[in-house]
Design a protein around this ligand. Structure first.
Ligand SMILES: [Zn+2]
Length: 398
């Protein structure tokens, strides 16, 4: 086991060697209903900013403690302080960042939708950094920390195609790339061991959806280019510790692009020059097919020798379902995946963050508090199941 490593600024992700499979969360965890209520009360003036901060700190402390109990080699604050995975760079409220509610981002399978914030004032600047959350959590735990960050592709949707007056779209994208790269660098400086980019719009881009004018294979290529521009701003060691997460979305226990075929996405996805990928798989109809597609693409990369072959953490738990995966099921899934993906390139994760948005009812779970208990139980099973798979694969290799 990787075990506890002393805190402090760790620049690289130090992957385990041999058949020991790494495991890490994607990012978010359901916020306790008391915190969700506190945020709404603060918005209507019933709670002061100081009282809200106390509620957030309590949720972060509880998250770090419960994460440690799962035995996870990397922990995170579960994004307890954030409104959502995508809006944190805009500041604590839409108003702070000079933005307004924009077009629909995604329509989920259950019919609800989320909108994209839209930049109302140029230029674009980060008003909140993920690195600030890392710095605060760094003081609260000695375990290695993992931090999720916004994808530049998501931010790219926040300004009209024609730009904003004199502020051209190219100016805007240059500011987005610079801001994202700075956020990632600062996460490492603040003591994150690994940082992953939430690329939920990758799969969404391939959906046939007239409501998303930015969708289509060409849009996907543009998204990938933007992420590569951010990665190019990092050192080799930092890039090796940066992952890219792909998923069909998760909000109100519902997905937005589960109908898109992975065979279209995976070859494109691996054009991103990240050190590793976090690939949703457990909630696919055929998880074996995901491992096969990934394995084939990794072999292709190896043969062409174009770049360092990335590591792939496969999702082994489904955050939209309250049904618990057992450690043995997870072990079997990973051992099966190792038929297609070499063990030294394989690892595990959750299919998605457990709650990318702060206000989330988790209807299939009944309540966010129960969903939170379920999430920690799923993480503990993932950690244990991954350990069992590592032992089995090591036994076979010996
Ligand atoms: Zn996700």
């Amino acid at each position: 086991m990787s075990g506890a490593v002393a805190g402090g600024a760790v620049a690289t992700g130090a992957w385990p060697v041999g058949a020991e499979l790494p495991t890490e969360p994607v990012g978010s965890l359901p916020r306790p209903s008391a915190l969700q209520r506190a945020v709404l009360d603060a918005e209507t003036g019933l709670l002061s900013a100081a009282e809200l901060e106390l509620a957030q700190e309590a949720a972060v402390l509880d998250t770090l403690e419960r994460f440690a109990l799962t035995g996870s080699p990397l922990v995170s604050d579960g994004e307890q302080r954030r409104q959502s995975f995508s809006s944190y760079p805009l500041g604590t409220s839409l108003h702070d960042g000079g933005v307004e509610a924009g077009p629909v981002f995604a329509v989920f399978a259950d019919g609800h939708h989320r909108v994209i914030p839209s930049l109302a004032r140029a230029p674009f600047r980060f008003h909140g950094h993920a690195a600030d959350d890392v710095a605060r959590s760094r003081a609260l735990t000695s375990l290695p920390l993992k931090q999720a960050v916004i994808s530049p592709s998501m931010l790219s949707l926040m300004v009209p195609a024609g730009g904003l007056g004199d502020y051209s779209r190219d100016d805007f994208l240059a500011d987005v790339v610079a801001g994202c790269a700075e956020d990632i660098r600062r996460c490492f400086e603040a003591g994150a061991t690994r940082v992953s980019i939430d690329f939920t719009e990758g799969r969404l881009a391939l959906r046939d959806d007239l409501r998303a004018p930015w969708a289509g294979p060409e849009a996907l290529g543009g998204f990938i280019e933007l992420i590569n521009r951010v990665l190019a701003e990092l050192t080799d060691a930092q890039r090796a510790a940066v992952g890219v997460h792909t998923c069909p979305g998760n909000d109100n226990d519902s997905a937005h692009s589960a109908d898109v075929d992975y065979a279209e996405l995976i070859p494109e996805l691996f054009q991103i020059e990240a050190g590793y990928f976090l690939v949703q798989s457990a909630s696919e109809k055929d998880p074996d097919r995901v491992a096969r597609l990934v394995g084939r693409q990794l072999r292709l990369l190896e043969r062409t020798g174009a770049r360092t072959v990335p590591r792939v953490l496969l999702g082994v738990t489904n955050p939209t379902s309250p049904k618990l995966e057992t450690a043995e099921e997870i072990r079997d899934r990973l051992v099966q995946a190792a038929r297609f993906i070499p063990a030294e390139l394989l690892g595990s994760t959750d299919d998605c963050g457990f709650s990318p948005y702060l206000i989330d009812e988790k209807p299939r779970h009944g309540s966010p508090d129960f969903a939170r208990d379920v999430a920690f139980a799923k993480i503990a099973a993932r950690v244990r199941g991954t350990q069992l798979a590592s032992e089995e694969l090591a036994g076979r290799a010996a």
